[in-house]
Ligand binder design. Sequence first.
Ligand code: NAP
Length: 286
Amino acid sequence: MILIDGKKIAADIRAELAREIAAARNAGHRPPGLAVILVGDDPASQVYVRNKERACAEAGIRSFPYHLGADTRQEDLLRLIAEANASPDIDGILLQLPLPRGLDAQTCLLAIDPAKDVDGFHPVNVGRLALGLPGHVSCTPAGVLELLRRYDLPTSGKRAVVVGRSNIVGKPLTMLLSRPGTFGDATVTLCHSRTPDLAWQCRQADFLFLAMGRPRAITADMVSDGAVVVDIGINRTPEGLCGDADFDNVAPKTRAITPVPGGVGPMTIAMLLSNTVQAWRQATGA
Ligand SMILES: NC(=O)c1ccc[n+]([C@@H]2O[C@H](COP(=O)([O-])OP(=O)(O)OC[C@H]3O[C@@H](n4cnc5c(N)ncnc54)[C@H](OP(=O)(O)O)[C@@H]3O)[C@@H](O)[C@H]2O)c1
């Protein structure tokens, strides 16, 4: 059984990006820039934003922090996004969600220039993914695919089951796995809370992707021998963080599995940095 080490792969990616940026800076290019917009004082969001800003600094990406009060008005936030869209030093714009009550996340996300939408949430980028065109891909599913690539676990011709149909994880992951290519070309079933006999569906999977947010809901009897299990769930329990799989009993049956924590989680920030560097290369030709 292979224990997929997302922490190490994420560190490798961040080091690779840092080297690329340093080389481009030596050749005279400006640094990549990421606007990090945080509205309000949600403690979890503050931690996420701090981690993202620290990761940017380590890689050589300049972050532009916009930390706004919870009483910020929609028009002020939209004006700030317009400024970031127009700034020649900013390649990516990250709007930390959820927004405080009274602000409409969809309207704000729509206002971000798709070329700077490094979270891959803008309908233009979602549409590009659906059509198989290049564009920014949502960071968590992009990180899942990167783990499969780096562990050489091709999905072509395999049966994949994705449990969870959210716009940021399950749906884009389903589209990525359905694309032509070695790490696509899967026959994908997308399951959700109305799926009858989830256990049977999961047992059909050569590759099982879990994004439900239900601690240890997927038990060993729901997983076929030799399956690859990618556990995207992050659940807080009194005993600490755990995934959607009952890891201790599921892992021995698998060909490969991601632990929680230390599996998919660290990949999300690494892919955010990677999307920012991609936007910077497109903007500057670096
Ligand atoms: N690793 C990372 O960086 C990362 C990033 C994002 C999210 N996550 C984690 O991934 C998990 C999912 O997040 P999300 O934002 O995608 O979740 P979400 O928006 O809450 O969606 C959960 C999905 O799971 C489905 N579901 C829930 N219970 C189910 C059940 N018993 N059987 C079958 N399907 C069920 C829901 O079905 P319905 O649509 O029918 O309600 C829904 O589609 C969470 O634990 C989250 O913390 C991790």
